[in-house]
Design a protein around this ligand. Structure first.
Ligand code: AP5
Length: 226
């Protein structure tokens, strides 16, 4: 099938970050995208924006997200297809939270050139550390910046560094919902690690280290690819 996203040049940088909830995908995707000068495409953020704006998509996905379940594949594939067809993705992009099922990975392949040239990072973090990261995460409902009470506190307690909004806990970071999100990860997303091992440049990352150290490893891997 012809690549729907034919404008993305052959030398464009295309990165997928896989990892369990709380592994640090969003944190590193933001830094990496800023460093590379390409957009970060976070499906979780796109969906939370739709929920906050009460769009038809938001109304549809909110009950699914608040239970910690995955949103149907066809909605996500359509959302990403539309996003990566935008001109700012011509030089590449960093995907955070997509794909997370096999049908989504297949959908992405259909809309992309040279999937074997993709860099796929798999963030590995022990379960008990994930729980600490999720319970301590604080989030800005206005600009979606992410902080942590201990690991990455805002300069002024309870206030977003970027826009000054009062920080809150994400509704899916409550303990009962986190258990379901981890279950979804084990069932649907973990198998993608094996899938990408033979289809892309798969790089396991020990993400249970300080943020700057993890970021250094990502840059090194990207430079080696160039
Ligand atoms: P999404 O927003 O993608 O959530 P997630 O994958 O569960 O990931 P998180 O955002 O919880 O964690 P993260 O890995 O980004 O960690 P972060 O950098 O914030 O999806 C939410 C929901 O949307 C899903 O449950 C589903 O319903 C739906 N959805 C989204 N995409 C979908 C898709 N493709 N298909 C179907 N449904 C979809 O870091 C976590 C905390 O740790 C922060 O406080 C941070 O400051 C801290 N931290 C980060 N790095 C470190 C470090 N190295 N050391 C110490 N602390 C750190």
């Amino acid at each position: 099938m012809a690549a729907a996203n034919a404008r993305v040049g052959a030398d464009a940088v295309r990165v997928i970050i896989l990892g369990a909830p709380g592994a640090g995908k969003g944190t590193q995707a933001a830094r990496l995208a800023a460093h590379l000068g390409v957009p970060k495409i976070s499906t979780g953020e796109m969906l939370r924006t739709a929920v906050a704006k009460k769009t038809p998509l938001g109304e549809k996905v909110h009950p699914v997200m608040e239970k910690g379940n995955l949103v149907p594949d066809e909605l996500l594939v359509a959302l990403v297809r539309e996003r990566i067809a935008e001109p700012d993705c011509d030089r590449g992009f960093v995907l955070d939270g997509f794909p997370r099922t096999l049908p989504q990975a297949l959908g992405l392949e259909e809309m992309s050139e040279r999937p074997r040239a993709w860099v796929v990072f798999d963030f590995e973090v022990p379960r008990e550390e994930l729980m600490k990261r999720l319970s301590g995460r604080r989030w800005c409902p206005t600009c979606q910046a992410t902080f942590h009470l201990l690991n990455n506190p805002p300069r002024r307690e309870g206030t977003c560094d970027e826009c000054g909004t009062r920080l809150i806990q994400r509704e899916d970071d409550h303990e009962s919902v986190v258990a379901q999100r981890l279950h979804e990860y084990d069932e649907s997303t973990f198998p993608l690690i094996e899938y990408y091992r033979t289809r892309a440049r798969m790089i396991p990352i020990d993400a249970n280290r300080p943020m700057d150290v993890v970021f250094g490893d990502l840059l090194l891997a990207i430079e080696v690819r160039a």
